[in-house]
Design a protein around this ligand. Structure first.
Ligand SMILES: [Zn+2]
Length: 457
């Protein structure tokens, strides 16, 4: 063991002792209202107390570094990009269970970082935050998750981390975070680019999705309540709405939203519901929101047979509304942190069903299935919106092939080259529907208009 490793181990033990010796604290939400008395949150507070008490037990400034700048500021300011680097480095230095790597860079060259925890193989959860740079709460919760898991003393979580992987990209859009903009430095909306992969940030995320094959993907966002208010819950979540997502994967993503995220948030004392449902008297009267856009992460990842969801907290207060209440920052972060706990619980409890659904979906994609080019899972498809029977595949000219070569490769899509430079892309592969959406003239986000082939010519 190196001297440095001994120092790290000693730090970890001291920190663990600090955590164990701390007593549960009263919640500190103050004017923001009590969050919950649930055990999970109490445990988290105990950890925070242990970290806060660190100076008194000899942990010095390293312990201070293990609280996010947002926590240290009591929510008065968000963690800056530079502080995020220091925070992740401090956590990784203090906990051997965490590693941080650069997975790509933004338009301006800012690195995208991935923090890994848990086993090196096995079922995996991928957490994405801050695809939209001006929606900060999920990013704070993601940073807290890395630290909380690194030092967890919870036997259930420790057992989970021995068998399963957790991957966290706290800042998917570093330029947007630095500039406080929704888009990246090209002013592109990254969460519409997951099919075409034109931006360096989405290409980096696609590489992670393909190489790591996470079983569950959660994408953290914030939404602006509109006036008149259709929904203003503290948590809205949604599964892939794209009609081409495999039914088994779709069912599990719905289960995650309804039985884990919504139910979990309510149990913890937050208001929560499905994104885009209008309700009256407790009954759903219309489902209006939640796009089936295949460029959105939850839809694209769903088309890759990952159980994927989006989780949103309210960004702005409804200023001027009767009964107006602001949505406090710490509470928004606490909601996202709760979401992440519930995603971990879902992965833990539904492991076998998740793995089976992904395997079955990939196998089913080898067989012909209609491809829907429009509408969502709650629409009745129009005849002209569906390719039924589907083509065998698509022929691309050399020029078209060059246009989409990068996206095909990043999505793991196989193509067959010809001597004249044209290629054919058969649909009988795991990304079947995604291929049609990318290469067919009828797709809303198609990159090229390939020639549909009735059979393997
Ligand atoms: Zn967003």
């Amino acid at each position: 063991m190196t001297e440095n490793a001994v120092v790290q181990l000693t730090r970890r033990r001291t920190l663990t002792a600090a955590v164990l010796e701390s007593r549960p604290l009263a919640l500190e939400e103050g004017e923001e209202g009590a969050v919950t008395t649930a055990d999970r949150l109490t445990r988290r507070r105990v950890l925070a107390a242990g970290l806060a008490a660190g100076a008194a037990v000899g942990l010095g400034r390293d312990t201070a570094a293990l609280r996010t700048p947002f926590e240290r500021a009591d929510g008065a300011s968000w963690t800056s990009p530079a502080d995020e680097v220091r925070f992740l480095a401090a956590v990784a230095r203090s906990a051997a269970a965490v590693s941080v790597e650069v997975i790509g860079s933004s338009v301006t060259g800012a690195p995208l970082r991935l923090a890994r925890l848990g086993a090196s193989t096995g079922p995996g959860l991928l957490v994405l935050a801050a695809q939209h740079g001006n929606e900060p709460a999920g990013r704070e919760a993601a940073l807290q998750l890395v630290r909380d898991l690194a030092f967890t003393t919870d036997p259930v979580l420790r057992r989970q981390l021995r068998a399963q992987r957790v991957m966290v990209v706290p800042t998917a859009n570093p330029d947007g975070v630095a500039a406080w903009t929704r888009g990246n430095a090209h002013d592109a909306d990254l969460n519409r680019d997951h099919l075409n992969l034109r931006e360096p940030e989405t290409r980096a995320l696609a590489t992670v999705l393909r190489a790591e094959r996470p079983d569950v993907v959660v994408d953290l966002h914030e939404y602006a309540p509109v006036v008149p208010v259709l929904y203003d819950d503290e948590l809205l979540s949604l599964w892939p709405r794209n009609r081409n997502v495999d039914r088994g994967v779709h069912r599990l993503a719905r289960l995650l939203c309804q039985d884990y995220l919504t139910a979990g948030a309510r149990t913890a004392g937050f208001s929560a519901d499905v994104y885009g449902q209008h309700k009256a008297g407790g009954r759903v009267t219309a489902e209006v929101g939640g796009s089936a856009d295949e460029g959105m992460c939850r839809n694209t990842a769903g088309l890759h047979h990952r159980v994927s969801v989006v989780a949103e907290t309210p960004l702005h207060p409804r200023i001027g509304e009767p009964g107006y209440q602001p949505f406090p920052r710490r509470r928004r972060v606490a909601v996202h942190r709760q979401v992440l706990d519930d995603c971990l619980r879902f992965l833990r409890e539904q492991t076998a069903a998740i793995e089976r659904s992904s395997r079955d979906a990939a196998a089913a994609a080898q067989r012909p299935q209609p491809i829907a080019f429009a509408g969502s899972d709650i629409d009745v498809p129009a005849r002209n919106e569906i390719a039924d029977p589907p083509p065998w595949g698509y022929r691309l000219t050399a020029e078209q092939a060059a246009t989409v070569a990068g996206a095909l490769s990043l999505h793991g899509i196989r193509s067959l080259p010809s001597a004249d430079g044209s290629v054919t892309v058969p649909l009988a592969q795991p990304a079947r529907a995604l291929i049609g959406l990318l290469l067919d003239a009828r797709g809303d986000r198609n990159a090229v208009a390939g020639e549909p082939l009735a059979d393997h010519a």
